[in-house]
Write a protein that binds this ligand. Structure first.
Ligand SMILES: *Cc1c(COP(=O)(O)O)cnc(C)c1O
Length: 392
């Protein structure tokens, strides 16, 4: 007996026009705009993920990542996933149930680390600072002495507050107390001075879509020898198959054993993004980010706006600006998006409704973008003040 094919349900929508997204200028907390050269690389015909040419490209991506991070770590590779996948990989590979993980929380992403560490059954302990402050070395030391953690996890560039955590001395402290140092460098890689090996960082991760001028989709990950030793000494398997670095290293290391189908085009893009960064040079890229951020800060302050973070701790990649009391911050950012095609971010958590977050990351960190945004703050913001109608 043959079964008739069911007829195609004509109620489902089957005709949708071709994609037609606008060209926006992304000056929020990420993603930021991708470099045109990166976009070209993404649209190349894929090659096989075990093709010798692709295997060669993987090596180039790893080499360039080591340069961008200033590390010699053998286990340096992009996770197939966003920054959060690489974040989770740092924890999944190193935590054994019951290990004490001390998280230094001073914003939204510190809390994400804490949530993840708990899911891997760590004994999670926390030290906290208000959102917009950094930890002093003494505060970190007190935390380490009190909790004696196996891992200290913290965020270098806290995208929710605009703070850059000073790193001097923290790595030495961790070595002294036999603790691994895990650092979130998502909003610092490519835009803010970062020296993983000199700072004695054992584990770090980042993303493709912020300082690297690539679309979202990859999560650079790196693990130093001390963290590798902890992974090798594990009693049981890493409790996350997809993020298990011992398996992934059989693909990214010399064996080239299939693990999962690599997102080859994303890695084409990553290669180009990292190549462009190396061509510019880290020192030049960092100086450019600082120069353009400085111009933004000066311009905003001259318009009477206040920065959320003191200058010496401000991130060049992400500026947090206090929304004036008489302004509807959301209405202004919606206006920038809808009428001018520019995205800026709002606040998260305790800073919701209190700040705008302006990103100048990678390809987007230019004097032209700073001028364009400052002009709009000068000419358009007055219309969003509560007493605007009266004043006019
Ligand atoms: C963006 C961000 C992440 C998360 O990265 P995704 O790519 O969104 O998964 C983690 N930490 C910080 C500090 C970030 O800014």
């Amino acid at each position: 007996m043959t079964h008739p094919h069911p007829s195609v349900d004509s109620c489902h929508r089957s005709s949708i026009g071709p994609i037609d997204t606008p060209d926006r200028l992304l000056l929020g907390p990420g993603p930021s705009n991708a470099h045109p050269t990166v976009l070209q690389a993404l649209s190349r015909t894929p090659i096989g993920h075990l093709d010798p040419l692709y295997v060669e490209l993987m090596g180039e991506v790893q080499e360039l990542l080591r340069y961008a991070w200033q590390t010699d770590n053998r286990l340096t590779l992009p996770m197939s996933g966003t920054g959060s996948s690489a974040m989770e990989a740092t924890l999944a590979n190193t935590i054994e149930p019951g290990d004490t993980v001390l998280v230094a929380v001073k914003g939204y992403f510190g809390n994400r680390l804490l949530d993840m560490a708990g899911r891997y059954r760590a004994n999670v302990q926390v030290i906290e600072k208000p959102w917009g402050e950094a930890f002093s070395l003494e505060e970190i030391e007190a935390g380490i002495k009190k909790y004696k953690p196996a891992i200290l996890a913290m965020v270098h560039a806290e995208t929710s507050t605009g703070i850059c955590q000073p790193m001097e001395g923290i790595g030495d402290l961790c070595r002294e107390h036999d603790c691994l140092l895990l650092l979130d460098t998502v909003t610092s890689l490519g835009g803010v001075p970062l020296y993983l090996d000199a700072w004695k960082v054992d584990l770090a991760y980042s993303c493709s879509q912020k300082g690297l001028s690539c679309p979202p989709g990859l999560g650079p990950f790196t693990m130093g020898p001390r963290a590798e030793a902890k992974l090798a000494a594990r009693q049981d398997k890493v409790p996350n198959w997809y993020l298990d670095v011992s398996l992934l290293n059989q693909y990214w290391g010399s064996d080239r054993v299939y693990h999962h189908t690599a997102p080859v085009n994303m890695n084409f893009g990553m290669r180009e993004a990292l190549r462009l960064l190396a061509e510019e040079g880290l020192d030049n890229a960092w100086a450019r980010h600082r120069r353009n951020a400085q111009a933004l800060w000066t311009g905003l302050e001259s318009l009477g706006l206040e920065m959320h973070v003191p200058e010496e701790l401000r991130l060049p990649t992400l500026t947090t600006v206090r929304i004036p009391e008489d302004v509807d911050g959301k209405a202004f950012s919606s206006h920038l998006l809808n009428s001018h095609g520019i995205e800026v971010g709002g606040g998260l958590g305790v800073l919701a409704g209190k700040i705008w977050r302006i990103g100048l990351m990678g390809y987007n960190s230019t004097p032209e973008n700073v001028d364009r945004l400052l002009n709009l703050f000068e000419t358009e913001l007055p219309r969003f003040r509560q007493n605007a109608a009266v004043a006019a």
